[in-house]
Design a binder for this molecule. Structure first.
Ligand code: NAP
Ligand code: G4F
Length: 349
């Protein structure tokens, strides 16, 4: 029998890379998606399988981490061997604006899912291995480098919620002897990164600057440092955690940190531009409490299962810039074909 996995957050950056990885390994992949008034599946459209297709290996279920009865039904239907809990309100700045929702989805949502797993395991006798998507944001103000022994010091409602989820997961591992692993992943990016996170915001704007569509980009704190890796590498670490002989807590990082300024320099100089001519600082993007310096020590994952990042900082920046230059060019073509008709309609009105 092929293994089966349930991915919450399948429509997100990590969910899309993880689905590809698991499908390539022969898994049947179940994904939880939210009902939305517009399509939210663009990152997984290339692997989508029509429900009428015989033997399809990607199955999507409507559900939400805030809806426990729905979660229970999906688990009873999918009967997964592994669950990857990637769903979250994942934007740190937004969590200051919607703190209660963030706690409900990210902290209590994890608890709901764990409790469904506990009951399912108890009444069926099946094993379900569980991955919890923890974050380096949990370290917050703790001085770098951070590893599995560093005490958490969260600095946002998002980070506090992820700390709660981490401890719920650990408690369910100890209390009910469930195979539950916490990944503590440092920032990971890709051309599929959401466009409001700083790396993608920069490369997307750069693509449009090169295409002549804009000439400014507004950012917040340029001094913060992050340990940025490639999302494709990080989903492999998630899978490895659930194949390991015992559950645990694992930091996944590159061991190298750069500031936002350095990211800007790397991206703009790659296309021969001086970033300082285009970037404006707008305090609206400052956070009430900032996380200044995240730098992970990935020694444990290296030793436990030989995991290493395959994409360097420079390669990551270039991969994202190359992608977004193409997207900028597409934007330019769409705009130049649309604009004349819009102008003529407006002129007639
Ligand atoms: P992302 O692109 O923002 O994706 C988040 C996913 O969660 C989306 O599929 C989203 O659905 C879904 N979601 C949000 N609220 C939900 C809810 N209430 N119920 C069900 N689904 C919901 O995030 P990501 O970058 O892939 O990150 C994956 C996970 O890792 C998240 O938990 C994040 O907090 C954590 N993490 C990320 C990083 C990183 O650097 N990327 C680092 C550490 C930890 P829609 O598409 O419908 O919005
Ligand atoms: O790209 P960011 O929004 O990522 P942040 O806050 O580090 O969170 C991401 O990584 C976490 C892992 O550590 C994940 F858990 C979380 O889900 C998310 O994926 O911001 C990075 C830095 C911050 O210091 C921010 O203040 O960039 C700074 N920044 C400066 N200007 C900006 C901007 N961030 C955003 N989003 N937008 C700006 O204009």
């Amino acid at each position: 029998m092929p293994k089966s996995a349930l991915i919450t957050g399948i429509t997100g950056q990590d969910g899309s890379y993880l689905s590809e990885l698991l499908l390539s390994k022969g898994y049947i992949v179940h994904g939880l998606i939210r009902r939305c008034s517009s399509f939210n599946t663009s990152r997984i459209d290339h692997i989508y399988a029509d429900p009428h297709e015989q033997g399809r290996r990607l199955v999507l279920h409507y559900g939400d981490l805030t809806d426990p009865t729905g979660l229970r039904r999906v688990i009873e239907t999918a009967k997964p061997d592994e669950i990857y809990n990637l769903a979250a309100q994942s934007h740190v700045k937004v969590s200051f604006e919607n703190p209660e929702y963030t706690a409900d989805a990210d902290a209590t949502g994890t608890l709901r899912l764990l409790d469904c797993v506990r009951d399912h395991v108890e009444h069926t006798g099946r094993e379900i291995r569980f991955y919890q998507a923890g974050s380096s944001e949990m370290y917050g103000a703790a001085p770098p480098p951070q590893d599995e022994h560093t005490a958490f010091y969260p600095r946002s409602p998002y980070a506090v919620s992820k700390v709660a989820a981490h401890w719920y997961a650990l408690n369910y591992r100890e209390a009910y002897k469930l195979f539950v692993s916490n990944g503590i992943l440092f920032n990971h990016e890709s051309p599929r990164r959401g466009e409001t996170f700083v790396t993608r915001k920069i490369t997307r704007a750069l693509g449009r600057i090169v295409a002549g569509l804009q000439d400014k980009i507004y950012l917040g704190n340029l001094e913060a440092k992050r340990d940025w890796g490639f999302a494709g590498d990080y989903v492999e670490a998630m899978w490895l955690m659930l194949q390991h002989h015992e559950p645990g807590d694992f930091v996944v990082a590159t061991g190298e940190a750069h500031s936002i300024r350095e990211f800007l320099h790397e991206a703009f100089s790659y296309v021969g531009l001086d970033w300082e001519k285009y970037v404006m600082v707008d305090p609206r993007y400052f956070r009430p409490t900032e996380v200044d310096y995240l730098l992970g020590n990935p020694a444990k994952v290296r030793e436990a299962f030989g995991w290493r990042p395959s994409v360097s900082f420079k390669q990551l920046v270039r991969m994202m810039v190359d992608h977004d230059i193409q997207l900028g060019e597409q934007d330019r073509m769409i705009q130049s074909t649309r604009y004349p008709s819009e102008v003529s309609v407006a002129a007639k009105a």
